[in-house]
Design a protein around this ligand. Sequence first.
Ligand SMILES: Cc1cc2nc3c(=O)[nH]c(=O)nc-3n(C[C@H](O)[C@H](O)[C@H](O)COP(=O)(O)OP(=O)(O)OC[C@H]3O[C@@H](n4cnc5c(N)ncnc54)[C@H](O)[C@@H]3O)c2cc1C
Length: 393
Amino acid sequence: MDFELGEAEKGFEKEVEQFLAGRRSPEVMDPTPEQLSQTVDTPPKRAFMRELAERGWLGMSWPAEYGGQERSGLFDFVLTEALSRHGAPQPGKGVGIVGKTLIRHGSEKLRAEFLPQIIRGEIEFAIGYSEPQAGSDAAAMSLAATRDEENRGWRLNGTKIWTTSAHFADWYWLGARTDTASKHGGITLFLLPMTHPGLTIQPTWTIGDERTNQVFFDDVFVSDDYVVGELNRGWRYICEALDLERFAMMPIGPLEMKVQALTEWVRTATRDGRPLREDPVVRSGIAQIHARLECARMLQRRVISEALKDRVPTIESSMYKLYMNELGQHVAREALDMMGAGGTLRVGAADAPVGGRFERSYRYTVVDTIGGGTSEVQKNIIARRGLGLPQSY
Ligand SMILES: Cc1cc2nc3c(=O)[nH]c(=O)nc-3n(C[C@H](O)[C@H](O)[C@H](O)COP(=O)(O)OP(=O)(O)OC[C@H]3O[C@@H](n4cnc5c(N)ncnc54)[C@H](O)[C@@H]3O)c2cc1C
């Protein structure tokens, strides 16, 4: 495996860095909060996404016939990492999950309708798999899609939970049960406008200050045209998309910036009149964090290396997600230990070390270990698919 970027990717990285370095727009780019601020949930962030699109930076690895440039996935990686380092919004579910799945499995009609809008940065998607009784075991979803033969479509009734972007997205990408006879073979993927009558969206706030949503479906009609791929094959597409999500949605840049900020703080901070940087426990903690960050970077490169071979890097993605999320929590815990009582001061409080960022990080990193599949679920994937161990439950 060669983990170095080539000349073309390095040149592109420079181009993106130059583009970002000249920008000062706090409502779009804020390198201090957690990744939740990097979703495309406001008009200025949407305008920024269209600007990226105009530069040809969205869907770079897509086939030319769908507006892509058939560049290697490394270009997408370079872009996402650079954006995340500057606290800028990143091309998310549209390019990475919906677009790629439609290219592989979507009808000509859906490709023609959605791919141009995605690649122009014009639409945002919410992902609806989880339900009150179906989280880790998402295939247990029961939101009912009942056949409406007369109108050539489906009627949806039930509830989704944790639909993160529902309050600002344009379209819903969701799984529903079209057959009760088979658990995994009875799920179909649908596309639905978020403003559709019969949808009710209610907020849920997480411990990390992030808004997610519960969505209620009351006899919501979807025509056959908006079925993604084949009927009852949705679970297969969802599994592929989950692998893409674990990989594509998790740049390492934000954690690198946090580690950098913590290290800088330790250089100058004092405790009881003595420089913190001279405390052997603090020194050891910082050294361990840097070493583990390097391991995370290597795991990320393995994911990319596998993805470039045109296979979905299931096991590698799980290893990376597990390691990154646990490391994120570790960094936040260590930071609060180093900061003492001051570490509990929130963003905006006077004298909060590193602007209160680690108090927030301490809360938010818990959420990281749940969304996109919990740490325990990642361990199961690694054990069963990676190590060939028997199923234990
Ligand atoms: C902030 C946030 C955003 C999210 N965004 C979305 C979204 O946009 N769209 C969407 O569809 N979903 C989303 N989710 C849902 C997320 O994928 C689920 O929360 C997650 O899969 C866990 O499901 P659960 O909450 O029902 O927990 P459960 O599945 O009930 O798990 C509870 C506990 O049991 C453990 N556990 C469960 N099964 C096993 C097992 N087999 N072996 C070992 N341990 C196990 C889990 O690890 C966990 O600790 C989001 C969640 C959060 C918190």
